[in-house]
Ligand binder design. Structure first.
Ligand code: NDP
Length: 246
């Protein structure tokens, strides 16, 4: 990995950086010369990734993060400020997808999706908004999904959370003249996301669909593109999916 000068790099916080799209984003953005702060509950994973990125010449740190807990998200943002002096970009990536039909009444899983995918994003916004307003600049990148554009059986609640992410992003964009707001909506992507599906039949069907999945770095490249645009250019939304996905 060739790393450009980090002095020009932005300070980028990535939630859910312990696997999949978040980990790929941390790798790609560090390789682009940004200074990254990685957060997730599995601290061994984010610690090892941060170490890898530093060994490759990048600037990276990590902190334990549970996005369902506002204080944890605030502490994550403070840690980045203490380490790097500012926060330029927050990538609200952490998410869960325990798909099931509504008839299965997996209410705990519905609530978990709302807590991580919606409240988690709101907590991220709450934690960075005051300091980005004070800086007069900043960039919030929210990871939605093609499921934020369409609804499929077993994905009603997951889709609802991703429609919500798009609504929140559009609201934040309309209320902001100083911040950039980007929604990234990935299609089928290789990651650990399907491992959280407790319904065996739904999980097997999802794993079958994921045979055509694209690598997580394809999503990371879209994020890197949005982050790399000039300050006066806001890439508001990108959908990126496998060519073979219907
Ligand atoms: P992974 O399961 O590989 O990654 C999910 C990440 O979220 C993990 O790093 C996990 O870390 C983190 N996470 C989950 N709960 C919490 C929490 N409470 N606090 C902090 N971090 C948490 O899946 P993906 O990489 O695929 O998912 C990333 C995002 O992409 C999600 O928002 C997902 O909805 C979205 N997406 C994925 C698609 C796909 O096909 N894979 C398609 C469309 C969108 P840890 O468990 O260590 O806390």
């Amino acid at each position: 990995m060739t790393v450009p000068s980090v002095s020009a790099g932005k300070v980028v916080l990535v939630t859910g950086a312990s696997s999949g799209i978040g980990a790929a984003t941390a790798r790609r953005l560090a390789a682009s010369g940004h200074r990254v702060m990685l957060g997730a509950r599995r601290t061994d994973r984010v610690a090892a990734l941060a170490e890898d990125l530093r060994a490759a010449g990048g600037e990276a740190d990590h902190r334990e993060l549970d996005v369902t807990d506002l204080e944890s998200v605030r502490a994550f943002v403070r840690a980045a400020q203490d380490r790097y002096g500012r926060v330029d970009v927050l990538v609200n990536n952490a998410g869960v997808m325990p798909l099931s039909s509504l008839d299965a009444l997996k209410v705990d899983e519905w609530n978990r999706m709302i807590d991580v995918n919606v409240r988690g994003v709101l907590h991220g916004i709450a934690a960075v908004l005051p300091l980005m307003r004070a800086q007069g600049s900043g960039h919030v990148v929210n990871i939605a999904s093609v499921s934020g554009h369409r609804v499929d059986p077993t994905a009603a609640v997951y889709s609802a959370t991703k429609f919500a992410v798009r609504a929140l992003s559009e609201g934040l964009r309309q209320e902001s003249r100083d911040l950039r707001v980007t929604v990234i909506s990935p299609g089928l992507t290789r990651s650990e996301l399907a491992e959280g599906i407790s319904d065996t039949a739904v999980r097997e069907a999802t794993e079958d669909m994921l045979k055509i999945a694209m690598p997580a770095d394809a999503v990371a490249a879209a994020i890197d593109y949005a982050v790399g645009q000039p300050a006066e250019v806001d890439v508001s939304e990108i959908i990126v999916r496998p060519t073979a996905q219907g």
